[in-house]
Design a protein around this ligand. Structure first.
Ligand code: KG4
Ligand code: ZN
Length: 379
């Protein structure tokens, strides 16, 4: 092929439907994202059946919109392959994306490339806007930190694209911890960004509700593993202390939520709890990345996932990378949260590095709710 490969990418693993057109090398020619988060805010979380039905409504519509733009750009007939997220994620949502994408590919005589969602978050750092220079693209080997609402994962990606999992959360994902603590403080789902905004207004240096100075950073057995459930429990204890129930134990989530709904945490205490929780989550992440960089001389640092939108986390990781003399690569926020351009970038990388093949859509595309980044696609 004389020109660079062009991929239409489809993402539907959780609650964002997304379609993008990505050129080999990471140039994004067109992209659309339809988020269901307003719909799921009403129920305080994603309901899988509702998410799948929404993808069924949105994915074909977004493909149509991207193809109109492709026609305008004169590239509608240049598409070489269709990449689609086939895991990990919600199985119903994955099935809708895989089904729609492979049917569309079959109708045009195009091959499909089953693509890993977490590799997408990692490869998002290679994306660039149409016409932008590729000069600042990250380099391999790299330590990859993927922090989202569903995943918290630390990997080492070698120069040939081979990936080793170093560690990850043993309970809640980092974004899930942000979201659960945000909920305790009365913020709507998903609460990560709102919790961070609340934390920015906190008065620093005083005692926290319940008399603590800072929240504990949980220890884990695995050198690179993380645990966030302790931060969530400590935040719940502080919230109860702040409303005058210091003796109560957090207990069942439903009872705790009802108590805090009836007696909301006062504003100043809520800000202090938000700041302490954010500090603890960031300290845990930074300590694991610190170890990984120390163990991998010459590796750059690549960060992706929705929580990478968190400004204090970006600042802390930037300072850490500088201390190790490495470069930090974090994509702009629109490519940190779920999107399809990152799936296109991951598919290009997997094809180039010989880790993925172009497949005939008529053979069917398998999905897997638990496909691990760095392992073979589900057969
Ligand atoms: O990657 P993403 O869009 O979806 C998943 O694959 O999970 O990540 C969403 C997560 C949510 O938990 C959300 O609260 C969190 O990213 N998030 C943030 C911020 N912006 C989004 N967490 C902390 N600070 C932020 N600024
Ligand atoms: Zn994601």
């Amino acid at each position: 092929m004389s020109r660079e490969r062009l991929i239409l990418a489809v993402e539907s693993s959780c609650d964002e439907s997304a379609v993008a057109l990505v050129r080999e090398g990471g140039e994004v020619l067109s992209e659309r994202v339809a988020s269901q988060s307003d719909l799921h805010a009403a129920t305080g979380g994603v309901i899988p059946e509702v998410a799948a039905r929404e993808h069924h409504r949105w994915v074909p519509k977004l493909i149509g919109e991207v193809m109109v733009e492709a026609a305008t750009l004169g590239v509608a007939n240049e598409i070489d392959a269709v990449a689609v997220t086939t895991g990990p994620g919600l199985v119903g949502s994955l099935l809708v994306g895989a089904g729609v994408a492979s049917a569309w590919a079959w109708g045009r005589g195009l091959p499909v490339v089953p693509t890993n969602h977490l590799e997408g978050h990692f490869r998002a750092a290679w994306l660039r806007s149409a016409g932008a220079s590729a000069a600042s693209a990250p380099t391999l080997p790299a330590i990859g930190l993927i922090v989202s609402g569903g995943h918290t994962l630390l990997v080492r990606v070698d120069a040939d694209g081979r990936t080793e999992r170093l560690g990850g959360t043993i309970d809640d994902a980092a974004g899930e911890a942000f979201d659960k603590i945000a909920r305790l403080l009365g913020l709507p789902y998903p609460g990560g960004a709102a919790l961070s905004a609340l934390a920015a207004g906190a008065a620093r240096g005083g005692d926290l509700p319940g008399g603590l100075r800072r929240l504990p950073v949980a220890q884990t057995d695995g050198e690179y593993d993380l645990s966030f459930s302790g931060v969530k429990t400590a935040a719940a204890r502080m919230a109860l202390a702040a409303i005058g129930e210091p003796a109560a134990s957090p207990g069942r989530a439903a009872a705790l939520a009802a108590t805090l709904r009836d007696h909301p945490v006062p504003a100043a205490a809520a800000a202090a709890i938000a700041a302490a929780a954010q500090d603890a989550i960031i300290a845990a992440l930074v300590s694991r990345v610190d170890r990984a960089l120390a163990a991998t001389p010459g590796a750059s640092l690549v960060v992706g996932g929705g929580v990478a939108a968190n400004v204090p986390l970006r600042e802390a990781l930037g300072a850490l990378a500088a201390r190790h003399g490495r470069t930090l690569n974090v994509p702009p926020v629109r490519w940190c949260t779920d999107n399809a351009a990152m799936i296109g970038a991951a598919a290009h990388a997997a094809l180039r590095e010989g880790r993925a093949q172009l497949q005939d859509p008529a053979r069917g595309v398998s999905v897997s709710a638990s496909w691990q980044f760095g392992t073979e696609a589900p057969a």
